[in-house]
Design a protein. Sequence first.
Length: 216
Amino acid sequence: MIRLFALLGFFLLAACAGSNDLDKEVPYMGNFRLGHNVVVAPNLTKGPASRAATKEEWIEAMTQAITDRMGRHEGTRLYHLGVSVEGYVLAIPGVPLVASPKSALILNVTVWDDAAGKKLNDKPHLVTVMEQVSGNTILGSGLTQGKEVQMANLSRNAARLIENWLNRQNDEFGWFEDDGRPANEKIGLISGRPAAAGAPAPAPATAGAAEATLDV
């Protein structure tokens, strides 16, 4: 966990935009329909210069964010998400533009195929979310936002990263396709590129503890 927070410190030097986009078109994700949405926090660690939040508060915030985003998909097969909140920083007020800390969140994600009764990724997928520099947070969210708003923003963006990752896995490896073929090989799906004639379907890939980042 110490190394994870060190990694956070490095990535906080970068910033890219993030927003709540639930009103936009739902991305194609095959037959995916959210089944169980299990969020736990057995190893929750508070990072340096952070407000305190309980396991229960994080579980509630993340569960709601995942339900709001992933519940939009109306596929025909159930897939369960297991999310473990590992660590966080909820920025406290600091010296503007000098020592104003940023908020961050680290979690692991595992996907279960209900019909097959197995995990799709043997190793948890690591997701890291970090606060962007924006009009609301250029001085640090500790100065401009309360704890509840910080947690809601981090959770919403974590849910979006999870959706983006699942979309890529389906696009590349056909996780949520009936025939197991990568979605980007199919005519009219996502990429629009026609499949190569007679191309064999690749075996399902094992997703390792890859890292994804997005600013809040």
